[in-house]
Design a protein around this ligand. Structure first.
Ligand code: GLU
Length: 474
């Protein structure tokens, strides 16, 4: 990764300051929204292969204006305090943008998770959770972690189990973490949620004719070309759903071992199956391969939509002038540095910002947390009732018209909603609404050309409302 010219947290602060000017809010209030409220750094020893490894870990709660705070836990060698602070801040703004009533937080453990066995990872995860419990940095009403880069449902299950061992008598204990396996108090649709949200966000952006015209594009997704960097959870679901439900043509994919490019299109399912079998995307039939050293060049190829779905700072001052994509859809957190964005905006690009576009994950985490607090699966109460009512309605219409539906048609129309249907529709509604709010702010401020500043303004205004309601600020 190319070193950015400024720190990640500084880049987020710069974005904040740029938007704050338009809000006309009092300086003290802006300062309170901007700072990190609590930063916890811890070192602990873990026995690894007969030796002892000292692990560096963090949990940052950026904003306590709402409780609990919320955000993922990252396992990566690049973890440092600046990064976790930046990611925690983004979580606060993200939650505000999609009306998820949480403050922002983030955790980080400085390890390469692919270097360790599951046994060691479990030890690290359980010890980290114990540290959080001891300092009151986790709990369904305090701070609720979730998956992020290098973690998944397995780690979340370990976290919940450790929490329960230590706090067994808490009735809402399952709500101490989200992104859990469905069998262990998780929710259907959480795994795909971030990628699905990215898709809904892109689709919404492409539905505005006049915005697309400005970019020299037709509205709608069918046949648009896409390049994705990163085939992790977010990148892979974004790719699959964009191809299957949007009719988008994926022409390039970048990963750690290199990148593949084929202007005729790459079937994302076939590529993922190939990578699973060969442990690399090198040699994927029909595609040009870019070696590991050149893999970041894939960001510079011509396409309609570029989706950075890996780590931060990948679009920076060194390559911003080389980006040819018309739309940059930020599935990762912080992929574009502040300085790079200035260059891209000057060149008329549309950037769909991270804090809006990847908010699908935390949105469905919110649904999971609600499910945990209610101790009931979504749809359990109303599914049969809805089904029966639709069937009665169909029967009445059939009697009135003398015509009848075929069985498959009747089953389809009368179907009561399952949990997955409700989660997807709640997510879709959230992503559409949030985009429209942001775009409206952008349009209202003629001088604003960028969605990110509008998104920040929206977040700042919503958070400031909460602080003003506390009666501390004017
Ligand atoms: N790690 C994800 C994010 O960056 C999800 C956070 C959550 O679900 O709390 O948004």
């Amino acid at each position: 990764m190319t070193q950015p010219k400024q720190s990640f947290f500084q880049s987020v602060q710069n974005y904040f300051d740029k938007a704050a000017q338009y809000t006309k809010l009092e300086q003290g209030l802006l300062e309170q929204i901007k700072v990190c409220n609590a930063v916890y750094q811890v070192h602990f020893p873990v026995k690894v292969n007969g030796g002892v490894k000292v692990i560096e870990a963090y949990r940052v709660q950026h904003s306590h204006h709402r409780a609990p705070t919320k955000g993922g836990i990252r396992y990566s060698n690049h973890v440092n305090q600046d990064e976790v602070m930046a990611l925690a801040a983004l979580m606060s703004y993200k939650c505000a943008i999609v009306d998820v009533p949480f403050g922002g937080a983030k955790g980080g453990v400085k390890i390469n998770p692919w270097e360790y066995s599951p046994e060691v990872l479990e030890k690290i995860t359980r010890r980290y959770t114990t540290e959080l419990v001891r300092r009151n940095f986790i709990g369904p009403a305090i701070d609720v972690p979730a998956p992020d880069y290098g973690t998944g449902e397995r780690e979340m299950a370990w976290i919940m189990d450790t929490y329960r061992v230590l706090k067994g008598d808490e009735i809402d204990a399952a709500g101490c973490v989200t992104g859990k396996p469905v069998s262990q108090n998780g929710i259907r649709g959480r795994t795909e949620a971030t990628g699905r949200g990215v898709f809904y966000g892109i689709r919404e952006a492409f539905s505005f004719k006049e915005d697309m015209k400005r970019l020299g594009l037709e509205s709608g997704l069918e046949g648009k070309t896409m390049i994705i960097q990163g085939l992790g959870n977010v990148g892979s679901y974004t790719g699959m759903i964009s191809q299957d439900e949007g009719g988008i043509k994926i022409i390039g994919v970048g990963e750690v071992e290199g990148a593949v490019y084929n202007p005729k299109g790459i079937d994302i399912h076939a590529l993922m199956a190939y990578r699973k079998e060969h442990k690399t995307i090198e040699g994927f039939p029909g595609a040009q391969f870019l070696k590991k050293e050149d893999r970041e060049k894939i960001l510079e190829f011509e396409c309609d939509i570029l989706v950075p779905a890996a780590l931060e700072n990948v679009i920076n001052s060194e390559n911003a002038h080389l980006i040819k994509a018309k739309v940059i859809a930020e599935a990762a957190n912080g992929p574009t540095t502040f300085l790079a964005e200035q260059e891209l905006l000057k060149r008329g690009k549309l950037i769909i910002p991270d804090m809006y576009l990847n908010a699908g994950g935390v949105t469905v985490s919110y649904f999971e947390w609600l499910k945990n607090l209610s101790h009931m699966r979504f749809g359990r109460m109303e599914k049969r009732f809805d089904q029966q009512r639709s069937e009665d309605l169909i029967k009445t219409v059939e009697q009135m018209t003398g015509k009848s539906l075929r069985k498959e048609e009747r089953d389809q129309v009368a179907r009561g909603a399952e949990e997955i249907d409700l989660v997807r529709s709640g997510l879709e509604e959230t992503m559409i609404n949030a985009y429209q709010q942001i775009r409206e702010i952008m349009v209202q401020h003629n001088e604003l050309q960028d969605l990110r500043t509008a998104a920040f303004m929206n977040a700042i205004l919503k958070i400031s409302n909460d602080y003003q309601n506390m009666g501390i600020f004017p």
